[in-house]
Design a protein around this ligand. Sequence first.
Ligand SMILES: C[S@@+](CC[C@H](N)C(=O)[O-])C[C@H]1O[C@@H](n2cnc3c(N)ncnc32)[C@H](O)[C@@H]1O
Length: 488
Amino acid sequence: MTQLKHAGGRKMLRILSRVSASSLQTQRNLNAAAVRRSLCCAASRSAPLCSGLAVNIMEPKLYRPPPEVRGMTLLDKEAFTRTITVPALRVPAGVLNKVVKSLRKSSIQRPGVPRVVQDEEGSSDFRLVLLDPHKVTSPNSFSEAEAEALRAFGVAQELQHYNLQLTYHNLKSEEVLEAVLPQGQDVTSSFSRVGHIAHMNLREHQLPYKNLIGQVIMDKNPGITCVVNKTNVIHSTYRNFKMEVLAGEENMVAKVKENGVTYEFDFSRVYWNPRLSTEHQRVVQLIKRGDTVFDVFAGVGPFAIPAARLGANVLANDLNPESYRWLQHNCKLGKVEKKVRTFNLDGRAFVQGPVKQELPALLKEKAAVHVVMNLPALALEFLDAFRGLLHQEPSCEENLPTVHCYGFSKEGDPETDVVKRASRSLGFPLENRCSVHFVRNVAPNKDMMCVRFTLPKEVLFSGDHEQTEPSEEPAPKRQKCEEAKDSM
Ligand SMILES: C[S@@+](CC[C@H](N)C(=O)[O-])C[C@H]1O[C@@H](n2cnc3c(N)ncnc32)[C@H](O)[C@@H]1O
């Protein structure tokens, strides 16, 4: 609870400036800046304590918690309590709302701190409007418009002292962490939100404070009831992170909404990345009712389910049994279980099984066929699965599948790089026959790209069942922290 106390000895403390309404009146014809200058001079002449306040309120970062909290590893919320002096204006209750509205830019804005308090030592006809001590240091701090409004509402521009007790609850998470963590070190407290879970990627120097950081993030973000930190490895196959609970409940089953669709899954056992929602939407927008979608690396369904909701027939696959289970669950949740057939196969086996089985009939139809391959660390290399997949060329080639294949690139020219790798995997040059979309930068010098192309009939019917030479770079088995971020 924020506790607010009017400063004792109001007579001693109260006045920064004493400018009567009449003196204001006499200066009406002066320009506003001159008026404010004179207010300031009057203040420094008539109120001996004003310089004290001025020094105090000029101090930047007034809201900074007491220095004793530095180095704290176990959160002691009481230790953050301190009293600061803030400027205030005595405002007649009758014009309070209008004045508060006019002073929006100058009034105090702190979590849990009211802008208006009782004037305990004054008449009950007045209230105190608390002002931001970083913005209002003297009566001439008000803007022209504010000064004008104060005059119009008959509010004397006399700054009062108000003793405000700030507690842990009135501090922002960055302020708490900045005060606790070693000085000069990065205190970035960013996280990804997945339902009720805040997902952090703490740096080495933050680890001694990890539980405190978790608690602060939970306290300061309504709806977050669990904070986890990625450990520095990513499961090589299923793309889920090992994670440690820093604060809150150990419930890893999250419920999220993306592009209007609700998903549920165990975040510790499947892949989910809130930063891919735009990409999911971009691809799904290309899909029409009656189309067929093969989602080779479907995860828990963020391409498959929206596509099915649009009326597409979907075959969705994931090797991770947990993803597969949640994919099925989400199909039911989204009421599309009749439109989505689910598989728990390796991507290559999915292409050479269900895809191979369905394609011949689909190639003769009009509705489009899409193949989505979102496993950026490896998908480009999986394209060889399409080589010589079918034996008999259809009479017309119009309905060849459109492939959306994702890849990471660390090259200076990521577009050329991913096209080259896709071409090598297919055994067919895609240059000038594909479009490349930049999805996002996942780490310094590492981009996620999407190559879109019509699967060439020369590949599909090549009779060449050989797979590409293994690429020079072996598939990463374990990725470091930085790369773990990549797949997010
Ligand atoms: C980067 S995630 C993408 C998931 C989902 N498409 C999305 O956009 O959120 C890749 C998915 O591929 C799955 N996966 C990894 N290796 C696989 C393989 N060899 N065959 C099929 N699925 C695989 C993982 O379990 C994971 O769910």
